[in-house]
Design a protein around this ligand. Structure first.
Ligand SMILES: C[S@@+](CC[C@H](N)C(=O)[O-])C[C@H]1O[C@@H](n2cnc3c(N)ncnc32)[C@H](O)[C@@H]1O
Length: 221
């Protein structure tokens, strides 16, 4: 699907079954190997000054919900070929690679400076996105909505900040554009783990996004 139809779309991620409960093997202490290797190194330091800093990261490669949400978002974006993108509640790690391909605007309540030419930074609250209606092909927001308004990151305390921000995200989306977001969700009563994050139900998010053409699935973590 492209951006030509007159409606907006929303997509979110459903985590593969078992992904959240996949247990990582704890790295086992590697004391004996460490000491043996250190002794060998000290005998032949090759010009390096040697000091001890034991590190043991053996076992499975670490993996958590962030891997899944980033993979999901990347796959959606790859299919969409956006000409521009707004990232709402933005760390920079996910968008760094994307910046090679198209302009990205970020909005975050915490300030930072742009790191390359394709990056435009707005510092402010996502409740008020200082852009005209229908500005972006894609609006992205990964694991951010559930934090808005709880003051964890220094934003104004506002228990409706999440709904207000979603309204803004929809407003700045072009007709036919896509909003991609992830957040916390479960099937019981909605909850606020104050002031870390909210936990929504699917129905709540669906209601917030009323008016969008389609509402898909939301990840759990
Ligand atoms: C958990 S991080 C989001 C992670 C990020 N989206 C990523 O891709 O890794 C939440 C971000 O939302 C930002 N934030 C919190 N409240 C905000 C608000 N009201 N308006 C804009 N940004 C906000 C925080 O500063 C923080 O960078």
């Amino acid at each position: 699907m492209g951006f030509k139809s007159g409606r907006q779309y929303i997509l979110a991620l459903e985590l593969p079954t078992g992904a959240t409960d996949r247990k990582m093997k704890s790295p086992q202490p590697n004391e004996r190997g460490y000491k043996k290797h250190l002794a060998a190194l000290k005998k032949n330091p090759g010009g390096f000054y040697i000091f001890e800093e034991p590190a043991d990261e053996t076992g499975f490669h670490p993996e958590n919900f962030v891997d899944y949400e980033c993979a999901f978002a990347a796959d959606q974006i790859r299919q969409l070929h956006p000409r521009n993108l707004l990232d709402v509640g933005s760390y920079r790690h996910f968008i760094l690679g994307l910046l090679a391909h198209f302009p990205i605007t970020t909005i975050d309540v915490r300030s930072r400076q742009p790191i390359c030419a394709n990056e435009t930074i707005l510092t402010g609250d996502a409740k008020k996105i200082n852009f005209p209606d229908h500005s972006f092909d894609v609006v992205l927001s990964l694991c951010a909505l559930e934090h808005f308004g709880l003051s964890r990151y220094g934003d104004e305390f506002d228990l409706h900040a999440d709904q207000k921000a979603l309204g803004e995200m929809i407003r700045v989306l072009k007709p036919g554009g896509r909003m991609i977001f992830t957040t916390t969700i479960h099937h019981a009563q909605p909850a606020i783990a104050f002031n870390a994050h909210r936990i929504y139900t699917y129905g709540m998010l669906q209601a917030f996004c009323d008016g969008l053409l389609s509402f898909a699935k939301v990840m759990e973590h």
